[in-house]
Design a protein around this ligand. Structure first.
Ligand SMILES: Nc1ncnc2c1ncn2[C@@H]1O[C@H](COP(=O)(O)OP(=O)(O)OP(=O)(O)O)[C@@H](O)[C@H]1O
Ligand SMILES: [Mg+2]
Length: 524
């Protein structure tokens, strides 16, 4: 069982109000923030933890809906209603939002703002209420209201000043979590997508979904390959979320960003006194991932001595903390990702062959955005417009036809991440309702040559996208082993790219009718 849920499920007889326990609540909260994969689930677990920590029967976390300004109950012990929406000033939570000050009410009925209608609707009897604001960081214009936490009916007695202070402290942690998390903001979005917000319907992506589905059904190790920015991490999270371990933690470790000397402790933890500065026992990521998924990002960058220790974890699920003698066992699924040429590195002795084979039990190749084709680019473009318009609070409706054409024609060496940044910047800066091609921070297609990174990392140059010359349209590299149908598809895509996505011109250059071209694109 993962550590944080052990903390979160303390028995009722535990005293939760000593200083030590305050710390453990905060720690549990931090752990959740580090290991959760999905904002809704993170919030639900936070609410459980808050109710537990406050000895309350129920807890609700309201967040401010940026579009309407209302408070929306995002996570709540509220089986009776799908959600509660409150205007500023409405109900006790609305009052807390309006004044940004806590309210502690021993007899809810006596409070002039108490929304008795909700109790009547749910049949739940609220007696004691404590509600505090969730406020963002201090800025020149004060602290921005992010939401309100409300706890109901203390199990023993009523909430006191200590409770109020603790809940304010916890609200600060929740605020930090909300501001730091890179989990998708979903205040106004539904969360039912099976593949964890992965966008794309192209044939290469269908294959990806199929492999994610098959991998999720097992506990086998998965190796995710793909160029930078193709969504490797998103795929790793999707495997976790769709697996039986979804209720367990998802713990990521980045093999590139951690210095070699610290990596072993990061991965396996260390005992007190294991090295200078090791003042207390620290658990490693392998242990924190117990019951869940351990995601080893940029596995190609793992250094030699650790490759052996990782192999042991893969084979036997065993390890020792640095400075420790006890052999520990964990139940983790391992997902690794890399954009490095591991085969060549095995060949040159840089990467252990036995580790390589242990990792690639299931291999998932993320296609580049180029391979995914114009329709996926379009869909992703629109998705990011919506996402960033909401995030930056801008009224942007969509992409103009010329902007869309420009997106389709670009080669996207940085893949989805590049597209995402491109759209975010366009949303932030565009003066009108629609993004036009001049709002896109892309190298001018008239400027001549466009660089694109090929899979072996060397840069190839392609000819200009505009004024294409069908006789000198740039070269198309075709790896061996493709089927004739694949070659046809690639050549069609390549020709479309050369004509900036213009299907009529591409069809003419290919010597086929426009309808035939459309049919062939669908066959993909
Ligand atoms: N299919 C997709 N639908 C929606 N968003 C996506 C999709 N694929 C990737 N993204 C977004 O693109 C960005 C890059 O994805 P991610 O970090 O998973 O890529 P990566 O392959 O791990 O990149 P790198 O190799 O640079 O670490 C993220 O913000 C991610 O949310
Ligand atoms: Mg990544």
């Amino acid at each position: 069982m993962p550590k944080q849920s052990r903390l979160a499920h303390r028995s009722e007889s535990d005293h939760f109000f000593g200083d030590v326990d305050r710390r453990s609540v905060l720690l549990a909260l931090l752990n959740l923030i580090r290991t959760e994969v999905d904002l809704d689930r993170l919030l639900r677990r936070v609410v459980d933890l808050l109710a537990q920590a406050m000895d309350a029967d129920r807890a609700t976390l309201f967040l401010v809906d940026t579009l309407s300004g209302e408070l929306v109950s995002k996570a709540a012990h509220l089986p009776e209603l799908p959600e509660i929406r409150l205007r500023s000033g409405q109900g006790i939570a609305g009052l807390v939002a309006q004044t940004q000050r806590p309210v502690n009410q021993t007899h809810a009925d006596d409070h002039p703002r108490f929304a008795a209608s909700i109790d009547r609707l749910t049949g739940y009897k609220t007696v004691t209420v404590l509600a505090v604001p969730v406020l963002g960081q201090e800025t020149a214009s004060g602290r921005k209201l992010l939401g309100v936490i409300e706890v109901l009916n203390k199990k023993r007695g009523s909430f006191d000043d200590r409770d109020r202070d603790l809940l304010c402290e916890l609200a600060d942690e929740v605020a930090t979590a909300l501001q730091q998390t890179q989990l998708p903001e979903r205040v106004t979005m539904k969360t039912t997508e099976r593949y964890h917000r992965i966008i794309g319907t192209s044939t290469p992506m269908q294959r990806v979904y199929e492999i994610i589905g098959r991998a999720a059904a097992t506990s086998a190790t998965v190796l995710i390959r793909g160029e930078s920015g193709t969504g490797k991490e998103l795929a790793a999270r999707a495997i976790h979320v769709n697996s039986q371990r979804a209720r367990g933690p998802f713990v990521k470790i980045d093999c590139t960003s951690i210095p070699e000397g610290l990596m072993e402790s990061e991965l396996f933890g260390h005992e007190r006194g294991a090295f200078t500065g090791a003042e207390q026992r620290v658990l490693g990521k392998a242990e924190l991932a117990d019951g869940g998924t351990l995601f080893l990002d940029e596995i190609g960058d793992l250094k030699g001595s650790l490759q052996g220790k990782l192999l042991r974890l893969l084979q036997d699920r065993e390890f020792e903390r640095v400075g420790g003698r006890k052999t520990l066992q964990v139940d983790v699924r391992i997902v690794a990702a890399t954009n490095r040429p591991l085969e060549a590195w095995v060949e040159s002795g840089q990467f252990r062959a036995d580790l390589y084979y242990r990792l690639k039990v299931i291999e998932l190749a993320m296609p580049s955005l180029r391979e995914r084709g114009a329709d996926d680019i379009e869909r992703l473009g629109q998705h990011f417009v919506k996402l960033y318009a909401q995030k930056h609070n801008k009224l942007v409706r969509g992409l103009s036809t010329d902007a869309m054409q420009r997106l389709r024609a670009h080669q996207w060496p940085g893949n989805i991440r590049e597209l995402e940044h491109c759209i975010e910047s366009a949303v932030a800066l565009c003066p009108g309702l629609d993004i036009t091609s001049s709002d896109l921070p892309l190298p001018s297609s008239l400027s001549g040559l466009q660089r694109s990174a090929s899979s072996d990392g060397t840069a190839t140059q392609r000819t200009a996208q505009k004024s294409p010359d069908p006789a000198h349209g740039g070269s198309l590299e075709l790896p061996e082993g493709l089927s004739l149908a694949d070659v046809e598809q690639r050549y069609i895509r390549h020709t479309l790219d050369r004509f900036s996505g213009n299907r009529s011109e591409a069809a003419r250059a290919l010597g086929i009718g426009r309808n035939t071209l459309l049919r062939k694109l669908k066959e993909e």
